[in-house]
Design a protein around this ligand. Structure first.
Ligand code: MG
Length: 249
């Protein structure tokens, strides 16, 4: 890995999970919240056309699972209440199997959105993140995010942190709409959207494959290891444990 040339850095591109935000936030906060709210959310919104079509998508998925011999719990459509209960029980069954099917993901997304909006959920960032945003802005550098979570979810997370709304610091949000995070082409597209050469970008992530993809198109990049127990970094370049080390004053 070539040495980092700080004077060249105009745009700082950040991963979220494991970089700005503890991985635990997803598994200890977001997922349990969606599980807890599942039934009340579906009940409350069962008349919304959007949720009715989501329940229909769950019903379709249920048939697919049945055909594939996965033996999902029974589904009844004879009354509205039976259909609602069936959708709750089936969703819980999907969660227990750690399913990533689209209707479940979209249901969880809607529950999180409501949680962030109501203030019951708050975004979490490592303590050095707000200070780094302030510092990089003072240095007139552009900050943007690239995460596999949807742009809406990214914005909700940064809008509701305990340090306040951090979205005014962030110039752009990218999700997998530009492509996978392990593909060089995605980083090329991001650079092109700023009309900046890739070497003016500095990408920070906890995933070695993502770092390599960014470097493959000429971006500067560094691995972020928040967990000090992990020390098996296979990259030859530097590793940071906190944003304090990234472009200090
Ligand atoms: Mg990550």
């Amino acid at each position: 890995m070539p040495p980092i040339d700080e004077s060249q850095i105009r745009v700082i591109l950040l991963d979220i999970e494991g970089t700005t935000t503890p991985v635990d936030f997803v598994y200890q906060t977001l997922f349990p919240y969606a599980n807890r709210k599942l039934e009340s959310f579906l009940r409350e919104h069962s008349q919304d056309p959007e949720i009715q079509s989501l329940i229909q998508d769950l019903r379709t998925q249920h048939e697919v699972d049945g055909r594939n011999g996965l033996e999902p719990p029974g589904w009844l459509d004879n009354t509205e209440e039976a259909r609602l209960c069936s959708s709750v029980v089936y969703s819980q069954w999907l969660i227990a199997r750690d399913s990533k099917c689209t209707p479940l993901k979209s249901l969880q997304g809607k529950i999180w959105q409501e949680g962030f909006m109501s203030g019951e959920l708050r975004g979490e960032v490592f303590p050095d993140v707000p200070m780094a945003f302030e510092r990089w802005r003072r240095q007139k550098r552009i900050i943007c995010i690239y995460s596999s979570g949807s742009v809406l979810a990214q914005q909700l997370l940064f809008r509701t942190t305990s340090s306040g709304d951090l979205t005014p610091y962030i110039s752009a949000f990218f999700d997998t709409g530009v492509g996978a995070k392990t593909e060089g082409e995605s980083y090329k597209k991001i650079a092109a959207s700023f009309s900046h050469a890739p070497h003016l970008f500095f990408f920070v992530s906890d995933a070695v494959k993502e770092i390599r993809a960014a470097q493959s198109v000429g971006m500067q990049a560094i691995l972020c290891e928040r967990d000090s127990r992990a020390s098996s970094s296979p990259t030859t370049g530097g590793v940071i444990r906190s944003f304090d080390a990234v472009l200090p004053d």
